[in-house]
Design a protein around this ligand. Sequence first.
Ligand code: PLP
Length: 394
Amino acid sequence: MIYLDNNATTRVAPEVVAAMQPYLTEFYGNPSSAHSLGRKMKTAVESAREQVAKLLVAADASEIVFTSCGSESDNWAIRGVLEENPGKKHIVTTLVEHEAVRNLCARLEGQGYEVTWLEVDGKGELDLESLRAALRPDTALVSVMLANNETGVLFPVDEIGRIVRANSSALFHVDGVQAVGKIPINLSELQVDLFAISGHKLHAPQGVGALYVKSGVKLAPFIIGGSQESGRRGGTSAVPNIVALGAACELAASPEGHELVRRLRDLLEDEILSHIPNASLNGTPDRTKRLPNTSNISFEYVEGENILAHLNEAGISVSTGSACHSTTRESSPTLRAMNVPYTAAQGSIRFSLGRYNSEQDVEETLRVLPGIIEKLVKMSPYDKELRALYAARG
Ligand code: PLP
């Protein structure tokens, strides 16, 4: 199987399995217990906290709080800030956030909050002037992603943080879920108050995440319970998963594999764009402004779902940029916000590579994909336009 869907989830790294294994078998204590088994678990949690803090370059490990997933981290950041600031009813976010932020903000709109939805341009980039203009004295929070899960486009969170600080008293939350493990992060250099991460995007198992909460930032608890995580997040710690997240962060910090991913992604993208006539890139062509592992490519006039099914049959796993509903086919909100024409958005495929991909994976994909697209083009109701396109591009 050729797995090119690493933005959806990643394979758990063998090093990570090895690190968590003893905590599934030998060491089963509750980290809140006072006996030695409990203390052993507590020590494991604290050293994982150090590993996460090190990858993110947080000033102190106490700024890292473990959660169950990226969505929990995002929800907690947003709701926690709002609860602490009852007088402030305004939120600034973007139209291209992950559902964990987008759907929560939409829900909050129905609960007395006002949300400013920042737009993006055709390349998926934000206009920072509109961000500046959106800030108000009653803005509680600005929530922006670092890397878009569909296109890989990076938002300049360094500059956004400076704008937020200079022009408002709002807190700044960054959804870093897709970025961590793929590009270097240095939170001590950013004006960021909250930062969400998720283990399964960087070779830890599903079911663990973390929220960075800058020292001094007041955040109401999301899960109210015992004194775990210094009273900030109740619930018995998922020690094996937390240990795994720590090990995954350590693995991500090593330079090994990162360059290969970038080279393979570049090769895949260049070859597709130069050899398939109806292919076009979604997201900025400037690769310094995109994740090094992601290519979102539209094959105009062809259904993404069909491409996915054919690739799947050939043993290649990818994602589409459209969601199939029972009665309609909707393009992704991200591609819609970028004004990608419907005929292209419907045929968009996200290729997301990872550390276990090889040159052969890319070669095999490049071998089968053109034939699949050509076959689907022949079946396309837009056949006439397509034939003209193919003829024009030779
Ligand atoms: N934020 C972004 C940008 C994501 O891509 C995802 C998952 O795809 C999430 C948040 C949610 O993370 P999780 O799946 O751990 O809840």
